[in-house]
Ligand binder design. Structure first.
Ligand code: NAP
Length: 240
């Protein structure tokens, strides 16, 4: 299982509970990761070829790509490694926020350049698109950004920015209080989907704060997708 998400941890727990020998793989980006049940390995494989070698060496019989919806490089490698080895692969990906009651009010963008353009009028943005995206917001270095990340970035933040390290799950009233205290005039988020981090969207609606949402990149061609752990268990033929 390629993990790093709450869904991956829940599926690992469900598989361990029914006696399946599961190995979860984490990228190693976070210094104190929430560890899934069962065996865990940490660190990159060295591209699709490295992953194929791992699958063969460990005699893996099924591959579940349960990485984050924006971890597309890993998904592409999963598809390539599965094709090279004949190991069946499925993608576990939680539905995005397109069906959220306020989704039609948000500005949907395809990349970070478009996000910068869409949010150009802001002065006090709340940035929640993750540590790996932060450098792209440096054109906003003089704006009073509130930046929330799981792990601090590896470059010094502009003095005008306020850093908050946190990992959720978040609750609507607290999100509202946070955004109100900052006097946020824009929320920028990825379409991560799920409930863990969705409270900020309701809080933004409560406060009338506009929202810019980075749309998901497409799923690699030919990769079968299931939306939840039950779908993954059914695909694996494991009792749910
Ligand atoms: P990515 O851009 O798709 O992958 C970059 C490289 O990181 C991959 O080529 C692979 O290195 C390594 N990698 C990624 N996921 C891995 C895994 N589960 N196990 C082993 N190696 C992995 O991925 P990313 O966006 O940096 O995400 C990294 C991890 O953070 C993933 O586990 C993902 O689920 C989690 N995460 C990502 C986000 C996000 O917004 N992107 C949010 C929450 C959690 P090699 O080529 O050397 O194998």
């Amino acid at each position: 299982m390629l993990g790093g998400t709450a869904e991956a941890r829940a599926l690992a727990a469900a598989l361990v509970a029914v006696g399946v020998d599961v190995v979860s793989s984490l990228a190693g980006r976070v210094s104190e990761p929430a560890l899934p049940a069962g065996r865990v390995r940490i660190g990159g494989f060295g591209g699709a070829t490295g992953l194929a070698g791992y699958l063969t060496g460990e005699r893996v019989t099924a591959l579940v790509d349960a990485t984050h919806p924006f971890a597309r490089r890993m998904s592409a490698h999963a598809v390539a490694a599965a094709a090279a080895t004949g190991v069946p692969v499925v993608r576990l990906e939680r539905p995005g926020w397109r069906a959220h009651p306020h989704a039609a009010e948000w500005t949907w963008v395809d990349d970070l350049d478009q996000a910068l353009q869409a949010g150009d009028g802001c002065r006090r943005p709340f940035l929640t698109t993750g540590r790996q995206t932060l450098a792209r917001f440096l054109p906003w270095r003089d704006r009073a950004a509130l930046v929330r990340v799981v792990e601090p970035p590896d470059f010094p933040l502009p003095p005008a920015w306020t850093l908050r390290t946190d990992r959720g799950p978040y609750e609507r009233a607290a999100e509202r209080a946070l955004m109100a205290a900052h006097r946020a005039d824009l929320l920028v988020t990825k379409d991560s989907g799920g409930s863990f981090t969705a409270a900020k969207l309701d809080a933004a609606a409560d406060l009338g704060v506009p929202v810019v949402v980075l749309a998901r990149p497409p799923v690699p061609d030919g990769l079968r997708v299931v939306a939840d752990g039950a779908g993954a268990l059914a695909w694996l033929g494991a009792p749910g």
